[in-house]
Structures are given as C-alpha cells and as structure tokens.
Write a protein that binds this ligand. Structure first.
Ligand SMILES: Cc1cc2nc3c(=O)[nH]c(=O)nc-3n(C[C@H](O)[C@H](O)[C@H](O)COP(=O)(O)OP(=O)(O)OC[C@H]3O[C@@H](n4cnc5c(N)ncnc54)[C@H](O)[C@@H]3O)c2cc1C
Length: 429
C-alpha cells in the first residue's frame, strides 16, 4: 500500500524487501524528496540515521499531509468536521494499522517508523493525525493481546478503516486516577456474557467509531480488578453524549459514552479477567510516542510558517528576520523541536527493543515534546504579531490543537509520576 502510494506521490518505483515487517527500498534514485518537501533538514538521515525505507514512507506521509490535509484543515476546524473520507484514504496508504500484522492488513512497521509518519501527518492536520494514533492504539491492543478470533473478526476492517476504533478509559470521576474507574462489567451466570454499566468521558471518535475498547471493573478495587472489552456500535444500551465544545481538536468529535445494561459476549473480552488495566497502560506507552510526534509535526509547521513570515514582514526598514531577537527565538524554536524529535524517536526505539526503560522514556518524551512544542506554537504566534492572533492565519489553530497534548494520554503531571516510579523501579533506593 505504501509503495503504491509513494509511487503515485513521487514517481518512485519501490519494491518490498521485508525482513522486519514492511521494509521499502527505492529502485529509483529520484524517489526521495517532493518538490516542496516540508521535512525539516534535520529530520533526514544524518541526525537519526533514518533508513532509505523510512525516508520513503516519511515522503508518502508528507505528501499526504501537504496535499490531502493541510489545504482543508482550517475548514475542518471551523466547521467541526471529522474528515472520515480523508481518514479512509489514509488507510489506503497503510496508516490504519501501522504496527499491526500483515496477515490482517497491517503494515507491520516499528514504533520508530510510526513516529516518523505521525510527525509528517500532523504537519498537515494535528487532530486528524491524532485520531489515527488513537485508532492505531486500539488496533495494537487487539493485534498483540486479542485472540485469533478477535484478530480475524476486527482487524481486517480496522486496518482498512472500513471500521473506526475508540479507546475508552477515562470516566467522569476517574481521569488521572484511571485505576479508580467505576464502570462495571458483571458476569451473568447463565450465559457467561458480561453486562456493562457506567459512563466514559472525553472519548475521541465517540458516536462515530464502530468499535470501542472499554476498560471496566470485573473484580476488586484498583488496577487488578479491571478487564478490557470490545463493544460494537449499535449494541443495545450503548449511547453517546453530544459532541463536546472544545478549544481545539475540532476536526474530531469528543463525547461521553454511556453503557446501560450493555450485553457483551465473553469472547469479546481482550486478555484475561483482571488484565485490562495492564493492557490499557501498555497501549498508552505507544500512544504517548505518537502524541509527542504529533506535537513535533504541529510545531514544525509553526516554525516553517513563522520563518517564512518573518522574512517577508517589514519593520524599521527591513524584514523582521534581520533582528537578532527574531533569530534567537527561531533558533530556540528549532532547538526545542529537534530535542523533542530525538527524545520521541529514542523512546520509540526503546519500545521497539522492549527495553526495561521504555515506559519511562515514553513518559519523558511525551512530557518534554508536548510541553516544548506547545511553547513553539506560542513563540510562532508572537513572531506573527497581531496576525498570529487572527484565525485567518493558521498558528492560533495549531496552538489550540497542541494544547491538549499536555493533558491527554496522561497529563504531564502524571508523566512525572510515572518517571519517578520507573526511576525507583530501575534504581531502588
Ligand atoms: C480532547 C480530549 C480527548 C480525549 N480523548 C480521550 C480518549 O479517547 N479516551 C480516553 O480514555 N480519555 C480521553 N481523554 C481524557 C484524558 O485522558 C483526561 O482528560 C486526562 O487523563 C486527565 O484526566 P481529567 O481530565 O479527569 O483530569 P484530573 O485527573 O481531574 O486532573 C486535573 C489536574 O490535576 C492534576 N493531577 C491529578 N492527579 C495528580 C497528582 N497525583 N499529582 C499532581 N497532579 C495531579 C492533573 O495533572 C491535572 O492538571 C481526552 C481528553 C480530552 C480533553
């Protein structure tokens, strides 16, 4: 899929080589850069040793972001439009199941590969890329922890994005303290089915997604009493709140999801009873890399825009880019982005290697990249002066979109809790 798309996008002839899932190799030297590539020069081979294959799918994602996302993302934000057709076209390129097995339509890429792709996509539209990240997170849980039946029943539709997925952990009274969740899944004696009751809050894709990965309490208080279930839209007793009115991420809906005696067959439980919280947290390690990558792509867009603007905008007899204050600010923005990129990719590589430090590094990278990149959007807005504050220019939208990355997938305070806990585990006092 990626090969065909790259060929369409850049005229490249690609061939599949695949020792580790999908590898892509150029057979034409002309394959690499689009005419107006937005990929930052520092994101190329020399700083993190991207393989030729990685450069190829980075190029595919950049082309998709430039042609299919960036021209429309302001309109989607203004109209609160969830671009399902565009998202489904992203699936044609393999973005619906990035690190899912090929036997069920996935691309079998690594977490590092995926981080490169999410960064490139979010340059064009942050909330669309972020929704793809959440969808991929659910796909990963089914692929990694699901039964053969669950993989067969769900993943082909999910990787092709005929069906969309949502991740349901947060509840109205349990956000950061997610293991205190109250939603129940009571086993009914005769049938063995589970009966789900309760409510989830802030669910991305709520009401639109077809499959919901739901964490609910089957046993004791705390994390060990939680199990994970796949619940299909249309199941009796499942309903959705109205879309929340939000600061950003307006190109995807966020709703409450309500469960009123929702009957779920036991074959839809993912993992063993009591394993649900563990699966949910494992999924978030990867989700945090992706959301960090989405912050980097958004910040890179703001830096690119601000540099172009400051070279054109005149004040005191010349372009404002001539002022050292401007140059220092730009230098700091570029440094923040590059530091974020290196941390996110390093964490992704740690996750790929199943390193014992992976959870800590994912939390560090998410905390650092989302904070630093949000500040970059604020700097870019300042460089555009009053125009930065206008909706006619894109910076304020990227700023609004990146703000929530400091809150979701675990707040940045929760990241610090995780980092401390992991430090203590790795190096007990
Ligand atoms: C747009 C959007 C989309 C979302 N999508 C999803 C989704 O798809 N699925 C999903 O399950 N959830 C989703 N969420 C929920 C998100 O993950 C939670 O909002 C987040 O985990 C924080 O929970 P809370 O909002 O209840 O805040 P709280 O937990 O109430 O936290 C409030 C403040 O207290 C701080 N705090 C809490 N505990 C501590 C502590 N021990 N030490 C220091 N500070 C602390 C927090 O960091 C925060 O600053 C989404 C949220 C938003 C806004």
């Amino acid at each position: 899929m990626l090969a065909a798309a790259a060929a369409r996008a850049g005229g490249a002839a690609l061939r599949r080589v695949g020792a580790r899932g999908l590898h892509w190799s150029a057979t034409a030297a002309s394959a690499a850069e689009p005419a107006h590539s937005h990929s930052h020069p520092l994101s190329a081979n020399e700083d993190f040793d991207l393989t030729e294959d990685q450069r190829q799918f980075q190029h595919v994602a950049e082309t998709f972001a430039r042609e299919e996302l960036a021209p429309y993302s302001a309109d989607w934000d203004a109209k609160h439009h969830f671009p399902i057709d565009t998202i489904k076209r992203a699936a044609d390129l393999g973005f619906g199941g990035l690190y899912v097995g090929e036997d069920v339509g996935g691309a079998a890429l690594s977490r590092l590969d995926a981080a490169i792709i999410f960064e490139a996509l979010s340059w064009g539209c942050v909330p669309t890329a972020a929704y793809l990240s959440i969808h991929n997170m659910v796909c990963h849980v089914i692929d990694r922890y699901g039964t053969a039946r669950q993989r067969g029943a769900y993943l082909t539709a999910l990787t092709s994005m005929e069906a969309l997925a949502s991740y349901c952990l947060t509840e109205p009274s349990a956000g950061s303290d997610a293991s205190a969740l109250k939603m129940t899944a009571r086993r009914e004696g005769a049938s063995g089915d589970y009966i789900l009751n309760g409510a989830k809050a802030f669910i991305s894709g709520g009401g639109v997604s077809d499959v919901y990965l739901v964490m609910a309490r089957t046993g004791e208080p705390g994390p060990k009493g939680i199990s994970a279930f796949l619940v299909e839209k249309g199941t009796k007793g499942l309903s959705f709140g109205k879309p929340e009115s939000k600061l950003g991420w307006n190109a995807q809906p966020t709703t409450a999801v309500m469960f009123d005696d929702v009957r779920v067959p036991s074959k839809n439980r993912v993992g063993q009873e009591g394993e649900g919280f563990k699966l949910a947290m494992k999924a978030l390690d990867g989700g945090r890399i992706n959301i960090g990558a989405c912050s980097i792509g958004g910040a890179q867009f703001c830096l690119d825009t601000a540099r172009e603007y400051t070279q054109a905008r005149q004040a005191f007899g010349g372009p404002i880019s001539q002022f050292q204050a401007t140059q220092f600010r730009v230098a700091d923005m570029a440094t923040s982005i590059q530091a974020s990129r290196l941390m996110v990719r390093h964490a992704a590589a740690a996750l790929d290697a199943h390193s014992p430090t992976a959870t800590m590094e994912c939390a560090m990278a998410k905390r650092f990249a989302t904070d630093a990149c949000y500040r970059v959007t604020d700097d870019a807005l300042q460089l555009l002066g009053g125009y930065g504050y206008l909706k006619e220019y894109p910076i304020e939208r990227y700023m609004r979109d990146l703000r929530v990355h400091c809150i979701l997938e675990g707040t940045n305070e929760v990241m610090r809790i995780i980092i401390n806990r992991e430090l203590d585990k790795l190096d007990p006092k």
